[in-house]
Design a binder for this molecule. Structure first.
Ligand code: C2E
Ligand code: CA
Ligand code: CA
Length: 398
């Protein structure tokens, strides 16, 4: 859009429409106070203005006019919304807090509001893209949740240095022979202040920061040391399954770090299985070369939680994967739900046709074992056989 010198772009109180990037010219941001025009800022090419209203959906807090002939690029509501909605939840909440503070300050310094307290109307929050559809109470709750996540993140950092993590292992059983084929390593966090924290609470947080990288390095060291202990106890050909987060797949050093550990402890790459979820395969540019490289070295790839995501056959077609894990939700409902049982059977069949191994998770009863064996499922894992336990207890399982 072009504006002539002196032309108004928007006025204080206008409903939001766009933000602007100045391509050419100068823009004056101003406000009228006691009948006088007070210039707040003069912006030059390359600057952006009007973004505030796009972020929190409030009326314009100041006016903008072209000081010279100007050319502007428009930034639309959708462009901003999409980015906010796909951003990290902690960032979103921080942004929300900052916006509320900023608006309250603007209101406070406005001459007509000199005597009032913060005049931010709580109803206003309902319009925020940052927390749309939330009541003020829910919004407060979300903010304190975000603050809590930040706190937990700092504690995770300490946890790495202070050795608060433990690994437990759950055996994966050959259903035909009932022998232990391998173990899955599962992390535990015993926090001095919070007590025991479930991995599905802190792993996604570690993954949304890059803390999963040092945590993952610790996991691979520890798990391979323990695989070595299992070997030394006379169980040579067992495998260790490691859960690998998307961030680790993106980490350029991951494969070389893992190879180094494999060499250090002296196990075969074929004994170290990497469990990934389907979502980690979305970015083909990253995941295709990663999977190929792993397979070339000999690390088997396991598709975890199969059936819960998109269960796209395209991935099974494009990637050379070793194992499909039937998600525990199907196994656990198998007895009561015919469709769950049929889904199990179909996934097991699919694995056979594709020359892959199937592992059923969440086996809690003998009847699950019987049904899965009848379906031809090769391997299983669950509380019926053993709960995850530390390495000393696992060694006694043999
Ligand atoms: P997952 O990879 O699907 O791990 C299996 C989960 O099922 C484990 O929960 C295990 O304790 C649980 N489980 C095993 N057998 C049974 C059963 O018979 N019944 C029921 N109800 N549950 C069973 P856990 O250890 O709480 O782990 C939860 C999730 O956290 C894991 O799901 C995985 O996504 C993640 N996670 C755990 N450890 C790690 C890790 O070292 N690295 C990464 N990246 N993620 C991990
Ligand atoms: Ca897993
Ligand atoms: Ca799983």
């Amino acid at each position: 859009m072009t504006f002539k010198a002196g032309e108004c772009i928007f006025e204080e109180g206008d409903a939001r429409s766009f933000a602007y990037i100045i391509e050419e010219g100068e823009i004056e941001i101003w406000r009228e106070t006691d009948g006088n025009r007070v210039v707040l800022n003069v912006l030059k090419s390359g600057s952006m203005f009007g973004e505030l209203a796009l972020v929190d959906a409030q009326p314009r807090s100041a006016s903008a006019s072209a000081r010279t002939d100007s050319i502007l690029t428009l930034v639309t509501q959708e462009q901003v919304n999409n980015r906010i909605e796909s951003s990290d939840p902690i960032l979103r909440m921080l942004l929300l807090v900052v916006m509320r503070y900023f608006r309250a300050e603007i209101d406070r310094i406005r001459p007509q509001n000199k005597n009032s307290e913060s005049t931010l109307d709580p109803k206003i929050n309902n319009n925020l893209h940052l927390g749309s559809h939330l009541s003020p109470q829910d919004l407060e709750h979300r903010i304190s949740e975000a603050v809590e996540m930040i706190r937990m993140e700092s504690e995770l950092q300490t946890a790495i240095h202070e050795g608060q993590f433990r690994l437990v292992y759950q055996p994966i059983i050959n259903l035909e022979t009932t022998e232990i084929a391998g173990f899955e390593a599962l992390i535990r966090w015993q926090s001095p202040s919070r007590g025991f924290i479930r991995p599905d609470l802190f792993i996604p947080l570690a993954e949304s920061t890059s803390l999963i990288i040092p945590i993952g390095q610790w996991i691979m060291r520890q798990a391979l040391d323990d695989l070595k202990k299992i070997q030394t106890a006379g169980h040579d050909n067992l495998f260790m399954s490691l859960n690998i987060a998307s961030r680790q797949i993106e980490d350029k050093n991951f494969i070389s770090d893992l190879l180094q550990e494999v060499d250090r402890v002296g196990v075969k790459p074929a004994q170290v299985k990497l469990e990934i979820i389907e979502r980690s395969l979305f970015d083909l540019n990253v995941s295709l070369p990663w999977v190929h490289q792993c397979r070339e070295i000999g690390f088997p790839i396991v598709l975890d939680d199969f059936g819960t995501g998109y269960s796209s056959l395209q991935y099974l077609n494009q990637y050379n994967l070793d194992t499909i894990k039937v998600d525990r939700s199907f196994v656990m409902q198998m007895k009561d739900s015919k469709s769950s049982a049929n889904i199990c059977r179909t996934i097991v069949d699919l694995s056979k046709y594709l020359d892959m191994t199937a592992v059923a998770e969440g086996i809690e009863e003998k009847s699950h074992v019987d049904l899965l064996k009848e379906m031809g499922c090769g391997y299983g894992q669950g509380y019926y056989f053993a709960k995850p336990a530390n390495i000393e207890e696992c060694l006694k399982l043999f």
